[in-house]
Ligand binder design. Structure first.
Ligand code: ATP
Ligand code: MG
Length: 556
């Protein structure tokens, strides 16, 4: 967007920090846990973190927050990198929290030596019971006063694998009566004999998020560590660790999580949809994942524009998906090649057009783009048109075809309908028209005016294609906040496959990801499974917001 925009609250903080000389340049990071594919909520965080270091001097790291061995996989690491780059961003360094395991272990030993951490043999239930409540202080663990030497010895033996999972934890020694529950001797390390996607079996103790995140920020000299609002109570512990370890003072800032209407934005929930085969996979075009949106035909530019428009907030909120679709449509209108396709065909015969004759029309690829060029578009006596464009007994203001009615065929001629044929079931099988040779598009001086223009495909030249039409994945606006299982709100009709659509020849041999506007039908993209023998097109979005119309109707 060209107009001057005001700074968001994080930009304001950074501007002040730079002005007052606290830093010469800033460093941010995007810290995904590689336990799933990135979704539209992550896109917000990516655009924010990488955007800040485009606005201000500095750089952004990609850090995989891989401290949870059981849920993490290399497949996810690869997809995350691909998605960030596709969105148009490049990190300075690729880091892994697991690269810091040795350093983090050292930090933990330092806390023990300072008398600020201890090994606790209590079970997780016991620890929970001693935690107290927001209105009642907790109580001290019987293991809280172990000597420094004993703690060091036990912690090292934890690392060596002497104890089973859950037998012991390392806890910070802070204050069991602290008003912030998170500060009541939080667990820093747990025992987990699990294989890690990078460190293999080298470790059987793993740091908790609160002990890994801030220290990793500090190791990387991250100046502004941005996370979502649920981490506000954790900020105190973040600062406590950094100050007691006397390491680089990174600072945490929070912004609101973003969710999108009619979908879910939680990797855990999206994983369920994948595992239970409710969708085809992480990149199913109905998924709010970056890879799903890419396959659906959304452009990186439109997703960035969307994130920019919604900006950042301090209160969690659900953004209307039609806002995202608006951004997609706006971009595709500028770049998509115009083509014609008929998805519910019925035959139209131009009775006064010579049999066997063909004309090659020159059709504009994109009226929004002067440099867009033209394509060859064959025209002949028999055409496919959309079944819904013909009515036997058309009502007033039906500006399409019916007995006696006149329309323009896009890029071609004005035709008039004089007859039609039906089968025994009453289904229209053929429509008969005459054309006016004086009305060819671009050379029409006839002065005849028509209200409707229709798309068509020449039967002799048409190619068959599969077309996939998508609708929202959920029936309700905010499935995660509804009662019961979010999966019970799935829209059963979210995918409609048209096996035999007819497309113009210029739609053969397209490549995955190519963007088209099928006239009057919407924006489409070539699916990654498409082949020249069996082309597949996904509908990205309709030309207009059909949902907004429906809602208005309901309200009227
Ligand atoms: P999920 O619940 O989907 O797993 P997460 O927060 O656990 O989300 P992470 O991989 O830990 O996922 O997130 C990486 C970064 O993206 C974090 O900084 C996180 O705050 C941010 N993020 C995740 N989801 C959203 C969202 N819906 N809106 C804004 N930022 C998000
Ligand atoms: Mg997480």
């Amino acid at each position: 967007m060209s107009e001057e925009k005001s700074l968001n609250f994080i930009e304001e903080i950074i501007e002040t920090d730079l002005k007052e000389g606290r830093y010469e340049q800033i460093a941010t990071r995007f810290p995904p846990e590689p336990n799933g594919y990135l979704h539209i909520g992550h896109a917000s965080s990516i655009c924010l973190n990488f955007g800040l270091t485009q606005t201000f001097p500095g750089y952004t790291n990609l850090r995989f927050d891989d401290t949870n061995p059981e849920t993490e996989e290399t497949e996810y690491v690869d997809s995350i990198k691909e998605d960030i780059q596709w969105l148009g961003f490049q990190w300075k360094n690729e880091f892994y929290a697991s690269d810091y395991f040795e350093q983090l272990f050292g930090f933990a030993c330092q806390l023990i030596e300072k008398g600020l951490a201890y090994v606790d043999d209590s079970t997780s239930d016991e620890i929970r019971a001693m935690k107290g409540t927001p209105t009642q202080p907790g109580s001290n663990s019987p293991y809280r006063d172990r000597s420094i030497a004993e703690n060091l010895d036990l912690f090292k033996r934890m690392r060596q694998g002497e104890f089973p999972d859950g037998a012991k934890v390392l806890r910070a020694k802070i204050d069991m009566a602290h008003t912030n529950m998170i500060m009541r001797d939080p667990v820093l390390y747990r025992i987990k004999h699990a294989h890690h996607h990078r460190t293999g079996d080298a470790w059987c103790i793993y740091p908790m998020y609160d002990f890994a995140h801030g220290q990793s920020d500090s190791i990387e000299h991250i100046t502004h560590s941005i996370c979502t609002m649920e981490f506000i109570p954790h900020r105190e512990l973040y600062d406590w660790c950094i100050s007691n370890l006397e390491i680089f003072p990174s600072h945490q800032y929070e912004f609101a999580r973003r969710s999108l209407s009619y979908t879910v934005t939680s990797k855990r929930k999206l994983l369920q949809l994948v595992n239970e085969h409710i969708v085809e996979g992480w990149d199913d075009p109905r998924m709010p994942t970056i890879s799903g949106m890419r396959r659906r035909g959304y452009t990186a530019e439109s997703i960035r524009e969307f994130c920019d428009r919604i900006g950042i907030a301090k209160r969690d909120n659900v953004v209307d998906v039609s806002m995202l679709e608006f951004c997609v449509r706006e971009h595709l209108n500028r770049i998509a090649q115009r083509r014609m396709a008929v998805i519910d065909p019925v035959k139209l015969i131009i009775t006064n057009y010579e049999e066997g004759k063909e004309e090659i029309l020159h059709a504009e690829n994109n009226p929004e783009d002067e440099q867009g060029g033209h394509r060859d578009l064959p025209f002949s006596r028999e055409l496919w048109i959309e079944r819904e464009d013909f009515m036997e007994e058309p009502p007033k203001k039906f500006f399409r075809l019916g007995p006696g009615l006149t329309v323009r065929l896009k890029h071609a001629y004005i035709i008039q309908c004089h007859d039609f044929k039906k089968d025994e079931d009453g289904k229209v099988t053929e429509i008969y028209c005459t054309y006016n040779p004086e009305t060819k598009s671009g050379e029409d001086h006839s002065g005849i005016k028509v209200k409707g223009t229709m798309h068509w495909v020449s039967c002799a030249h048409a190619k068959t294609a599969e077309v996939r039409l998508y609708d929202r994945l959920f029936k309700v606006e905010n499935p995660a906040s509804e009662e019961g299982d979010f999966k019970s709100y799935i829209n059963e009709d979210s995918l409609h496959i048209v096996k035999q659509a007819y497309v113009e020849p210029a739609l053969m041999n397209t490549s995955a990801g190519d963007k088209f506007q099928f006239l009057r039908l919407g924006y489409f993209t070539t699916d990654r499974l498409s082949t020249p023998e069996h082309p597949i097109f996904n509908r990205t979005v309709g030309l207009k917001d059909s949902w907004a119309k429906e809602t208005k109707k309901e309200q009227a």
